[in-house]
Write a protein that binds this ligand. Sequence first.
Ligand code: ATP
Ligand code: MG
Length: 416
Amino acid sequence: MNIKALNGFKDILPGEVELWQRVESVARDIFARFNFSEIRLPILEHTDLFARAIGECTDIVEKEMYSFVDKQITMRPEATASLLRAVIEHGLLVQKPVQRLFTIGPMFRHERPQKGRLRQFHQLDVEVLGSASPLADAELMALGASLLVELGLAVSLELNSLGCPACRPAFRANLLNFLRDRHAALCNDCKRRCTTNPLRVLDCKNPDCRAQVADAPSLHTHLCDDCASHFHAVQEGLKQLEIPYRLNKFMVRGLDYYCRTTFEFITGDLGAQAAVGAGGRYDGLIEQLGGPPAPGIGFALGMERLVLLLQQQAAKAVGAGLDLFVAGIGEHPCRHAFALTHALRQGGMRVAMDHEGRSLKSQMKQAGKAGAAFVLILGDQELASGQALLRNMNTQEQQEIALPDAAATIRAIIRS
Ligand code: ATP
Ligand code: MG
């Protein structure tokens, strides 16, 4: 019998494990610099904890939890609930009213596995408990941004405010009113959300739903004075630390407990798995779980997605060995390309060409695989007109290069 790992569960082999170690070591260094302490938590908890902390009407609790023993016990799908449970159980906030904690480890969600989406995945989770200050929000986002910068990853930060129990009900009513006429056009999940949690309709990924809510009322104009000034101060904090961000009024995080600040670190490089990390403020949750009335904010980064981005970056970096691929099409142009390639190499550039008379399409493919920054296209027509086409492989922009002093021109363009 040939037994394989469960679908959505992955071995991390030598070669990849070094990237995991790198992420962890950079993260631990940043956590220390920002004065966070580690806490280690169990994987199994009472199911009730997640139902109460995450919310009954969330995707996670409704359909993603691994529960057993009559559904009484659950493998943690995220870290915040367990962390708050531990803080309350051990009276940590009584000892020290502001707790800055992080934890690293596996989480379990029964969802459809795909690239960057597993059933056992790993999070770096960071929480600040006991501070309502907007500077805590800005500082936490600054921590996330610093970690990503230190790893060399270009990821953007999106920010929203979900208001609080004082101002959300009016917005909710307004939104429901707006959705009433559009109900028929929403996906089935969103039809259900209209009764359970209508705000979540705003961040449905279904294109039809997106179109429906494009001109939905904005939470930002419904915030009460306290939430509005908190939101403003968070943004002032980010600006002061020079952390770039973008407001996204459609971002409504999936967990029921969020209030005020929510944020996501987004990448365009992982397809549908765009969120590398996400989090928000959850004032009121600690008390709801039986602890003191302390506010809190936290976020989690997905290790798998960070590692995937690092791998993609490494693949690009290897390819980036090549400055230029000279694509000659036809016998004469190839002769010309041969000499030009040599001249550019003499001038210190990393250049490749094909000697097998392949088609332009095939040569473009080769250039792409080799990670060439530029491709020079040279056919009979170009030879005749004395102008070759230089294509920037990153921007896809093309420009004409006069052939007589092509080597010098190309060198100047690539160097700049
Ligand atoms: P998504 O919208 O991609 O499902 P989410 O909102 O469910 O993400 P969170 O619960 O906020 O994610 O978890 C924080 C981070 O953990 C995500 O930004 C992502 O990087 C990572 N993550 C969440 N679910 C998975 C998963 N199934 N596999 C891998 N990483 C995950
Ligand atoms: Mg999810």
